[in-house]
Design a protein around this ligand. Structure first.
Ligand code: AMP
Length: 365
């Protein structure tokens, strides 16, 4: 497949910070980005060549947008299947439909992983209260009930501490099609950001450890403190996932490290990932550049880490700390240009760099 040469036109669905950082990386390779986003505020459009502001179900606007670019990609996994289908009649959509379908539905995702021999928490399909009772009997409590679709940052999830709490959990998730997952008593949460090129070449960044606060990523420690064997296993799992999906682009693979040292995959995100933001300053080729390379049919860059790093998200009022962060040696500030610092809103992040082997230990917040 011919590579998209510098000067290429990249369409990005979604105009948030991930689209913004993709557009900046694309510009560094000589490409021009066209953002498609229905929102009033579009941080990605500040750094892009063109913006279409239209709903995701506007077939005419989607067709015009896709006709204006060489390839379409996206910054969020909940792109409606019909939107992707319309776009794909006018331009290649990368990552493709199989990745979207797999990542959009937790049951499809878990079954895909199981089919490929990749360990996950025990899970069961829950369509009604009878299923839920049967699933709880089989899996046991504590467990987590998660809607199959549209869940993120802990939304659409309810923990069940004891079987008598099942009805309340079912109500809490809106009685939507769901899966029940066994609650993993994990030692830590890690992720692997992995890229696959159009020719099947794979490059995985080092596994990193993630600390969540209120279900939102708070900090990423790069690298995770794993044995070399476990780090290799995490990379091998991520590699298997992108290869089986015949994937093009960057993917985030979230995993639990169990207290028994086993790796269990929690979920996959078919896009650049918040837990990969550290690569912007600790690797020669960031996850954003890597994604653009992959979807344009370029050789992938090296995922090697030249520094250790701790990435801290600036959420809501944290963004007010910009001047202290800007004054800090060894800290690189990234702000997303969002006007209003609402609680829980990702406003920016800071990467703090350390020599290899010298990152501070993981601490709770
Ligand atoms: P998710 O939306 O599936 O990524 O879940 C968000 C967060 O909830 C994860 O990062 C974990 O901290 C926690 N979590 C999700 N599923 C489980 C599970 N089966 N066992 C323990 N913790 C979980």
């Amino acid at each position: 497949m011919a590579a998209i040469a510098p000067g290429g036109r990249i369409g990005i669905l979604g105009g948030g910070q991930l689209g913004r950082m993709l557009a900046m990386a694309a510009a560094e390779l000589g490409h021009k980005c066209h953002i498609y986003c229905p929102d009033d505020e579009v941080p990605a459009a500040d750094v892009a060549a063109a913006l279409t502001r239209a709903p995701y179900d506007d077939a005419d606007a989607l067709a015009r947008f896709a006709d204006s670019v060489d390839v379409v990609t996206y910054e969020f996994e909940n792109v409606p299947a019909e939107t992707a289908r319309i776009l794909s009649e006018h331009a290649p959509v990368r990552p493709g439909a199989a990745a979207l379908a797999t990542a959009q539905d937790r049951l499809t995702e878990k079954n895909f992983l199981k089919r490929n021999g990749i360990a996950t928490a025990p899970f069961a399909d829950v369509a009604d209260t009878d299923d839920l009772a049967a699933a709880l009997a089989a899996i046991g409590a504590p467990a987590v009930l998660k809607t199959r679709r549209m869940g993120y940052d802990g939304k659409g999830q309810a923990k069940i501490l004891a079987p008598k709490a099942a009805a309340a959990a079912w109500d809490a998730i809106g009685r939507l099609p769901a899966i029940l997952e066994g609650f993993v008593d994990f030692e830590r949460e890690i992720s692997v950001v992995v890229a696959r090129g159009l020719d099947g070449e794979v490059a995985a960044y080092d596994p990193v450890e993630n600390i969540h606060t209120n279900h939102i990523l708070d900090r990423t420690f790069a690298p995770a403190a794993l044995t070399p064997a476990l780090a290799d296993e995490a990379r091998a799992i991520a590699t298997k996932i992108v290869s089986e999906l015949d994937y093009a682009g960057v993917m985030g693979v979230e995993m639990f490290v169990g207290r028994d040292g086993r790796l269990l995959v929690n979920e996959i995100a078919p896009r650049v990932h918040n837990s990969g933001h550290w690569t912007m300053d600790a690797c020669a080729v960031s996850q954003f550049e890597q994604h653009i390379r992959a979807i344009c049919g370029w050789p992938l860059g090296s995922p090697a880490r030249h520094s250790d790093a701790v990435m801290t998200n600036l959420i809501g009022a944290d963004a007010g700390k910009w001047s202290a962060v800007a004054a800090e040696p060894g800290a690189k500030l990234h702000l997303y240009g969002k006007a209003e610092a609402r609680a829980g809103r990702k406003m920016g992040h800071v990467n703090r760099l350390y020599p290899l082997g010298k990152r501070p230990p993981v601490t709770p917040r």
